[in-house]
Ligand binder design. Sequence first.
Ligand code: C5P
Length: 219
Amino acid sequence: VRSKVIAIDGPAAAGKSTIAQKVAQMLGYIYIDTGAMYRAVTLKALNEKVDVTDEETIAKMLKNTTIRLTNDKKVFLDEVDVTDAIRQPIVSQNVSAVSAIRFVRDELKNRQIEYAKTDNVVMDGRDIGTNVLPNADYKIFMTASVDVRAKRRYDENLRRSIACDFETLKEEIELRDKLDSTREHSPLTKAEDAIVVDTSDLTIDEAVDAIINIVKKGG
Ligand code: C5P
């Protein structure tokens, strides 16, 4: 039988990865954070001092890059643990440029499709339901107000001891959404058949329950 796919898309900091990982745990599915893959490519470009708009050099670089995601949310770039490094503000500020590159999208899409071939997956990102796995069994579009999203990211940064300013963070989130939604190749957009889950007034557990209920009802 074909493996099951739950696609969770939505704007930055809507709670996708926290909630998707818990849903995966509860269902015994593999969790794939596709944003982490784009972040890993961006980190490598920054480390190698490659201009993030230099499509040709980044394409070459990506061909010789391994990205490995573990089910406990660790990310390995060429077998080095970059779980924390990919969350740095400098990566967030440059990832939209890298993810707009056609070759990067095609290559990571192929790798994402491979993951979904062998296992049941919960995959989160921006274009999973629209482009990567349009035949997903369940499609969720997860949103929250920009103030709530900025506050959550602010609190998360405090916990990780990353210095930040609330207003700056909010502007960065809005800019990233704008770039991701207006790019030419597979922009962030709600799939027509996706179910909207607004997490503004939901706790993590309530959001997880909302998705589990959608799955139980069979879409
Ligand atoms: O999910 P996260 O915020 O970590 O994603 C980081 C960035 O990766 C997004 O802002 C977007 O530019 C890119 N991305 C994408 N397509 C996906 C997942 C992430 O373009 N499926």
